[in-house]
Design a protein. Structure first.
Length: 161
């Protein structure tokens, strides 16, 4: 199984998109960082727990974020989230292309990702993935329609039974 998560608005929120943070980054608490200009990014409630549970279940997890790569990597490192991700796709390309890139890695390694879930809070990103002929097997989930990010665990759990 593969769960592909968006960053901004899905896993975290803040004063600015993560790609526009300016280093150095400072950690305020386990789930909050601030850049040197005072802009904050906060991990969404239960995001860490969701990532931990997916990791415990040996589910592949990828980040697909339309952003500048270096600040996003710095954010993930500062919040100690990098161990939860098998793949990081951070660029300005469309989400359907990002997902194709992730799936190509599986193909090159001769692995089957199994069921694929894509979680994003922006309807346009979900629509372009749903409209992509090569991605019709991807199950799209609108993060803004979930009561909690933790609901994702129920959705993924239901799909594996």
């Amino acid at each position: 199984m593969l769960v592909i998560l968006d960053g901004d608005g899905t896993l975290w929120s803040g004063d600015v998109l993560a790609g526009y943070l300016t280093t150095p980054l400072h950690q305020i608490d386990e789930n909050t960082i601030v850049d040197h200009q005072g802009k904050k990014i906060c991990l969404k409630e239960e995001a860490r727990e969701v990532l931990e549970k997916l990791h415990e279940k040996n589910i592949f997890v990828a980040l697909a974020s339309q952003n500048r790569k270096l600040p996003v990597i710095a954010l993930l490192r500062r919040l100690q989230l990098t161990p939860y991700f098998n793949f990081l796709e951070v660029s300005w390309t469309e989400k359907d292309e990002m997902i194709q890139n992730i799936l190509e890695i599986f193909e090159k390694k001769g692995r089957d990702p199994g069921k694929i879930f894509f979680v994003d809070d922006f309807a346009y990103n979900l629509e372009i993935v749903e409209a992509s002929p090569g991605l019709s097997h991807v199950i799209c989930i609108n993060a803004s329609e979930l009561d909690s990010l933790k609901d994702l665990l129920d959705i993924v759990g239901t799909q594996t039974e």
